[in-house]
Write a protein that binds this ligand. Structure first.
Ligand code: SF4
Length: 273
């Protein structure tokens, strides 16, 4: 077996093992991606000095841009692992179900919030409560159906609250640190052009930094090379109905549209949430 074919075989085996919840190999996603790059035809051609014909498969040169279906399959594999995760025993025993994420596996924009609340825990989908409805309204005002973007939280389980109490609590730094690898995998698979962090807790989960939102929002940051826009969580807008705060979120979203080189209509420019 020639080197390129042997490499492909190794990659396929690692991918298959990584997708299964048991017997995971000690190979990080970045290591797999690096191996895939090595296996690209152009690089191997230059190494060998000729152009042999290799059988095409989904790990070859085309793997640099996986199809939407491939991304969906990889997300489903991660979701399967998340659905049985018990790394936070208290959350695993109190949750109704895990809340993985929803939307287009090939989305240009990925919205990241902090954690599921009671509504999300009940329905298994992020941002379906009142704050979620406002987020959906914002997404639509940007010119996208909700299904066109991807929406997830840093935490995949609802933070537990004392029995009989109402409301939600924010996730602890330790809980976010424990769950963060799943979000990293989601981002790595989807490879959005822009990430929007919703609120200070999401920022802490993504970047590990804490600061007042008035200092964080409305400017571009970076998450592992992906442009990151920080804006207020929609729940904040529900608590604070001030038009000026709503306008700030909308201005942040216009920056996102500009970054994606989407046309912005006059109606959108003058829009108030
Ligand atoms: S919050 Fe994340 S890491 Fe913790 S149990 Fe749920 S899925 Fe697992």
């Amino acid at each position: 077996m020639q080197f390129p074919q042997a490499l492909e075989t190794v990659l396929q085996t690692l991918e298959r093992m990584r997708a299964e919840s048991q017997h995971r190999p000690c190979a990080s996603r970045s290591s797999l991606d690096a191996l895939k790059q090595i296996s690209s035809l152009r690089k191997i051609d230059s190494l060998e000095g000729h152009a042999p014909s290799y059988p095409k498969n989904n790990l070859g040169a085309d793997s640099a841009a996986p199809s939407k279906t491939e991304k969906a399959d990889r997300l489903a594999a991660v979701q399967t692992r998340v659905s049985v995760c018990v790394k936070c025993p208290n959350l695993a025993s109190s949750r109704t179900q895990t809340v993985f994420g929803v939307g287009n596996p090939d989305a240009d924009i990925m919205f990241v919030g902090e954690a599921p609340g009671a509504d999300e825990d009940a329905q298994g989908e992020p941002f379906v409560g009142r704050a979620g409805q406002l987020l959906t309204k914002i997404i639509k005002a940007m010119g996208f159906p909700r299904e066109e973007v991807y929406i997830a939280n840093v935490l995949k389980c609802r933070p537990d609250v004392p029995a009989g109490s109402f409301g939600n609590r924010p996730p602890t730094p330790r809980e976010m640190q424990t769950c963060r690898p799943y979000l990293m995998e989601q981002i790595d698979i989807i490879k959005p052009k822009v990430i929007v962090a919703l609120g200070a807790v999401a920022v802490e989960g993504l970047l590990g930094t804490r600061a007042p939102m008035r200092e964080l929002r409305g400017r571009w940051d970076s998450f592992n090379g992906t442009p990151l826009m920080i804006t207020y969580h929609p729940a904040y807008l529900l608590r604070n109905q001030s038009p000026s705060e709503k306008r700030k979120v909308w201005e942040d979203m216009m920056l996102v549209l500009e970054r994606l080189e989407k046309p912005i209509s006059e109606k959108q420019r003058n829009y108030f949430l």
